[in-house]
Ligand binder design. Sequence first.
Ligand code: HEM
Length: 398
Amino acid sequence: MAKEKSFNDRLTAWALKRLDGIFAILRCIKPTVVIKGNAVVTRFEDVTEVLNRDWIFQVPYAEKMHKVTNGSNFFLGMENTAQYTRDVSNMRIAARREDIDEIIKPFVDRTSTEILRNTTGRMDVIQQLTRVVPTRLMGEYFGTPGWNETEFADAATIMFQYLFYPDDPEVEEKALKAAEQTRNYLDQTIAERKTNPSEKDDVLGRCLKLQQAGMPGMADIDIRNNLIGLIIGAIPTTSKCAAVTLNHLFNNPELLVQAQQAARADDDEKMIQFVQESLRLNPFAAGIQRICAEDYVVAKGTLRSTKIPKGAKVLAATQSAMMDRRKIEKPKEFRLDRPAHNYMHFGFGLHTCFGQYINLTQIPGIVKAVLKQDTLRRVSDMVVEEPFPVSLEIEFDN
Ligand code: HEM
């Protein structure tokens, strides 16, 4: 038994290192593969078809979400139900699009710049910056700074790994402890804000105002569930995306120079394109998981049509879709003029990332602050402890 597991582990590790090549072959010869109850969908058109049919390809996260929240669900774990609409709508009232320019962008720019200014010219950009800025944003904007900055970011990271990566008893044990600590912290924070109401206009404060106004779905426990989901979604993801973008630029010195010019010119639109393209070539994840709720034929009426059986675990391979030359022009080239619809970093369809606009401000903002430093250089290769990068040492003159 143990022997078989280690063979599977080695096979998985082998395949993960060669995913781009494997996906390229599949897109040509068998765009949707079904093996032993697992399906992988690789072409752009088919990935969007799967993610658009949310009533057939359903989210698989509810069971683990219940454990994290201690008995409830969070909207990423829900089907397209009335409760899903209620919870997302409530949180969209509390976390508004106009906050991006008014609160989030200035905060990210200021915080990143200050952190860089206060270092002595050498730093681990992941431990000291890319994890820190989104964690502080949780404090400033969401109203939940955590009981301790490092432990709060660690808790979000391990819960993320538990929810979205294959089962691992060790990860589960740590994640459930972290979940309990985070729930207790949130209960206490919500209770304190209610006892000592503050004038601070943040997401938690707005949730409590909605509660006072009698808005359904805004009881303390609902606010806690919504916040725990947002904390998990926001911290490790942002850190990884910013680190991976910087690492890609360090790997490509000509691009690094161009990106530094854009950063110094505060060309934010170009910074977004640098991030989007770096992530397309170094994606956050191979794809998005779904469970097939009924027999379904993908790409029906074409030569590649394939039946996915009810109950199959499906990977909608966004990494592969973003390299599909049928939709993406010269996909291997790094280009700064691709249209936004070429990218699927933040998902597609019903569950598209709640933070998608925050991401396109926060990640470029962190990256830009680093790129503005003089004589910037990478000291050593980025260290990754799957699934997250943990260290990227840089030097600069300040
Ligand atoms: C920065 C990098 C980020 C990446 C790469 C990312 C990626 C994603 C992806 C791929 C999904 C879709 C999951 C699925 O369909 O199964 C998603 C959903 C979600 N993300 Fe993000 N995310 C990021 C940041 C954030 C931030 C900053 C927040 C919170 C402010 C957030 C909150 C959420 C939530 C709540 C959902 C579920 C949306 C729904 O069910 O309607 N994410 N994210």
